[in-house]
Design a protein around this ligand. Structure first.
Ligand code: GTP
Ligand code: MG
Length: 427
């Protein structure tokens, strides 16, 4: 079935692409259309121009051709008529499916995973980001190396080409495997370095708050608003790849480290999640997750589920989380009221206008305060460094100088517990 929503205009110099999705039994048609819209913006971000879009209805994908051979032939004809260069599938294809499809369609066959890998590849800035994406690309490539061999055998063809060809394939495979091993070692070193950095940070005892959410939800915009940092925020998918961390002052004299990181997406390639584990470890180590949701997006509830799925893949689904509905400036107040009612432990903000941010900071502070114990201390005068520490890392509620001692009532983070033990009073 043709989906007319996609614009036909061709932008100069861009690769003309066609999108293909499958609607299985039980899938909602509207969800498929939205998923194709999302794929179209991914393709746009990757530099392609979508000129056609089709949804094929089948009970399930077929093993050899994904959309069935007849449909593949129709796609081939459309490509011929409309001078389409590449056909992009809204799912990850098996190596065999993409080989068979490229034989019938005779165009570049690309899948959702490749598009996402492609975008990550040109977005990655730091050495770590680049290593991670290269690892994911090589893992994706490895089982697909045979495809090149098939092309090669076609060209050279016939008896006798097979032996050397297979040898070449083995060589290629080994090279890729060696490269994968090397990058994995390099990444392990990066991971160690990060762990050391984190230890350094935890010496401050500041809680860590990680911003997570679907790509384009507004994480970087909020992060910039809170920290006055200048992280790239734009209306593109996966604007942020590398994590950034800054200190934020919260009400009740609390401080926390906020981390902005990579956005999630539906069907986030497994290789990518694996490769980005080092980056995502930041999320796993957080004391509190802020799950940023673009409330103005028609699929916001599906996006919440997609984010929760990725969180469980990385083992962070049981972390304390606060749902933050963003972009309230773009939705009706009744909608905001309804979702706040529906989702326990949620707040609504506009990172753009700043509306609701004070409430958000209070909510974060309340959540984190639960981790802090209220203590009464009598500290000798010569322990001024402890008093300074209490000011810096805890929140001092009362302080009075009594003879040789200083009486302090403060809320302290768990890390200070042992340090203050000798001076505890019943209070
Ligand atoms: N109207 C409106 N737009 C917003 C708001 N917050 C963010 N945006 C816009 O949404 C787009 C995406 O914002 P980002 O902050 O880059 O989103 P992100 O979640 O960091 O995205 P990735 O890094 O790609 O995962 C930008 O064009 C922002 O200007 C908001 O509260 N209201
Ligand atoms: Mg961002």
């Amino acid at each position: 079935m043709l989906v007319p929503k996609v614009k036909k205009a061709q932008e100069a110099g861009k690769e003309r692409s066609m999108l293909v999705a499958l609607e299985r039994d039980g899938d909602s048609h509207a969800d498929q259309v939205d998923s194709l819209d999302e794929l179209a913006s991914l393709v746009g971000t990757a530099g392609g121009d979508v000129v056609r879009s089709v949804i094929q209805r089948l009970p399930r994908p077929t093993a050899p051709y994904y959309i069935g051979k007849g449909k593949a032939e129709e796609v081939a004809a459309t490509c011929e008529e409309e001078e389409i260069h590449s056909v992009i599938f809204d799912d990850e294809l098996s190596p065999a499916q993409s080989r068979n499809l490229s034989n019938v369609v005779k165009r570049k066959i690309i899948d959702r995973t490749q598009i996402i890998l492609d975008i990550f590849a040109f977005r990655a800035k730091t050495k770590e980001g680049k290593l991670q994406i290269e690892l994911a690309q090589l893992n994706y490539l490895l089982p697909r190396l045979t495809r090149m061999w098939t092309h090669l055998s076609r060209q050279t063809g016939g008896i006798g080409t097979r032996g050397p060809g297979e040898t070449q394939l083995e060589v290629d495979r080994r090279r890729v495997q060696e490269k994968i091993a090397k990058i994995s070692r390099d990444l392990e070193a990066v991971r160690q370095h990060r762990a050391t950095q984190r230890q350094g940070r935890s010496r401050h005892n500041w809680p860590v708050v990680s911003l997570v959410g679907y790509t384009n939800a507004g994480k970087s915009t909020l992060f910039n608003h809170l920290t006055r940092a200048e992280v790239l925020a734009e209306d593109k998918l996966f604007a942020t790849l590398d994590p950034t961390t800054r200190v934020v002052d919260l009400p009740e004299k609390q401080r926390a480290l906020f981390t902005d990181t990579v956005g999630f997406i539906k069907k986030l390639p497994h290789d990518l999640v694996e490769a980005f584990k080092a980056t995502l470890e930041e999320v796993c180590e957080a004391d509190l997750l802020l799950h940023i949701v673009d409330l103005s997006h028609p699929q916001y509830d599906n996006q919440i589920v997609a984010v929760q799925e990725v969180l469980s893949q990385i083992g962070a689904h049981e972390k304390p989380a606060l749902v933050v509905f963003n972009k309230t400036d773009r939705v009706a107040p009744e909608t905001v009221a309804r979702v706040l009612d529906f989702h326990a432990s949620s707040v609504a903000i506009s990172a753009e206008t700043g509306e609701g941010i004070d409430g958000l900071l209070r909510a974060i502070s309340d959540r984190l305060a639960a981790r802090r114990q209220r203590v009464h201390l009598l500290v000798p005068h010569n322990e001024t460094s402890l008093v300074a520490e209490l000011h810096r890392e805890g929140s001092v509620e009362e302080i009075s100088y009594e003879g040789d001692e200083i009486a302090v009532t403060a809320r302290i983070p768990p890390g200070l517990q042992r340090r203050i033990e000798p001076y505890l009073t019943k209070g």
